[in-house]
Write a protein that binds this ligand. Structure first.
Ligand code: CP
Ligand code: NVA
Length: 308
C-alpha cells in the first residue's frame, strides 16, 4: 500500500502539473481509496470552492471527497460573495488562502486561474477552465486503466469539439505515450499551444492525429470519447454549432467501425441525440457512470497528494 505522494508542483492547473510517475501514483492511490484499502485523514482541512460556471459532478465529488477525508468544504457562490462584484482575484486569493488549505476553481480563462494560483499561498486546483479540465482527464484515464489494465494498446478517439476536455486528454495522452485521435469539424480543432506542447512530449512518435473524419478516427480505436458540442460560455453559438457538428454524433455506425471491445466515455452532462445517441449512451460499451464515479476517487487522491 502506498503513501500519499507529495506533488512536485504546488498546484494542479493542467494535466502537465503531474509527472509520469506522479500520475501513476495518483491513480494507484485512487484505486486503493476506491477499494477501501486506505484511510487518509485530512481532519480540519478546508477546501474552498469557487465556481464561476455551473457544476454537478465536480462540485459534489469535491465536497464528498473532503468529507470522506475528514475535512470540510466552503462553497463560495460568486453571486453571493464579493467575487461577482468584481473584487480583484489577487485580493480574493490572498484572503481565502489564509482561511482555506486548498482551493478548487472553475472559471473561464486559464489566465484567471493562474492569477489565483500566483497570489494564493495554498494549492489551487483547476476544476475546469475554457482551456483544460485535468481532474476530468485523471478520472478518464483511471477508467481506461481499469478496463484495459494498462495503456499499452489503448487508442483513444475523441469525436466532437476540440475543447477543454479534449485538451486535457491530449496532454495526458502525450505524457503516457498513448495514441490519441481527435475528429472535429473544421475550425474546431484543439488549442494549437496544447497540440504543440503534446507534440514536443510525444517527441517524434506520431501518436497524435487531428482530423475532420470521425470514421477514420474510430477505426481500430478502443476508447471512444465525446463531449458537448457547445461548452459553458458558448450558449450563443449553440445553433451554429449544432449545424456544423452534423455527422459528428457518436452513434452505432461509428461504434461498429471501432474495435469490438471498445468502451464509450462522456464526461457529462450529455445531450442525447446531439453528440451521442441514446442507444450508445445506454449501451453495454458505455463506462460513463464508472467514469463519473472515478471523479470522486481521483480527487480524494489528488487532495491527499496536494495536502500531504
Ligand atoms: N464532468 C463535469 O465536470 O461535470 P460537472 O460540470 O457537472 O461538474
Ligand atoms: N466542455 C464542457 C465540459 C463540461 C464538464 C464545458 O466546458 O462545458
Amino acid at each position: 500500500m502506498s503513501n500519499p505522494i507529495k506533488l512536485e508542483s504546488k498546484n494542479f492547473l493542467s494535466s502537465l502539473d503531474t509527472s509520469y510517475e506522479e500520475f501513476f501514483r495518483i491513480l494507484e492511490f485512487a484505486k486503493n481509496i476506491k477499494n477501501k484499502h486506505l484511510n487518509i485523514q485530512l481532519k480540519d482541512k478546508v477546501l474552498g470552492l469557487i465556481f464561476d460556471k455551473s457544476s454537478t459532478r465536480t462540485r459534489v465529488s469535491f465536497q464528498v471527497a473532503m468529507s470522506r477525508l475528514g475535512g470540510t468544504t466552503v462553497d463560495l457562490n460568486p453571486t453571493t460573495s464579493q467575487i461577482g462584484r468584481g473584487e480583484q482575484i489577487r485580493d480574493t486569493a490572498r484572503v481565502l488562502s489564509r482561511y482555506c488549505d486548498v482551493l478548487a476553481i472553475r472559471t473561464f480563462k486559464q489566465s484567471d486561474l493562474e492569477e489565483y494560483a500566483k497570489w494564493s499561498t495554498k494549492p489551487v486546483i483547476n476544476a475546469l477552465t475554457d482551456l483544460e479540465h485535468p481532474c476530468q482527464a485523471l478520472a478518464d484515464y483511471m477508467t481506461i486503466k481499469e478496463e484495459f489494465k494498462d495503456f499499452k494498446n489503448v487508442v483513444l478517439a475523441f469525436i466532437g469539439d476540440g475543447n477543454n476536455v479534449a485538451n486535457s486528454l491530449i496532454l495526458y495522452g502525450a505524457l503516457l505515450g498513448i495514441e490519441v485521435r481527435i475528429a472535429c469539424p473544421k475550425g474546431y480543432e484543439p488549442n494549437t499551444l496544447v497540440v504543440d506542447k503534446a507534440m514536443q512530449i510525444y517527441k517524434n512518435k506520431n501518436l497524435l492525429n487531428i482530423s475532420n473524419d470521425p470514421y477514420s478516427a474510430v477505426t481500430g480505436a478502443n476508447v471512444l470519447y465525446t463531449d458537448v458540442w457547445s461548452s459553458m460560455g458558448e450558449e450563443n453559438k449553440k445553433e451554429k454549432k449544432d449545424k456544423e457538428f452534423k455527422g459528428f454524433t457518436l452513434d452505432t455506425k461509428l461504434l461498429n467501425n471501432a474495435n469490438k471491445e471498445s468502451i464509450v466515455l462522456h464526461c457529462l452532462p450529455a445531450y442525447r441525440g446531439k453528440e451521442i445517441t441514446d442507444e450508445i449512451f445506454e449501451s453495454k460499451n458505455s463506462r460513463i457512470f464508472e467514469q463519473a464515479e472515478n471523479r470522486l476517487h481521483v480527487q480524494q487522491s489528488l487532495l491527499a497528494a496536494l495536502l500531504s
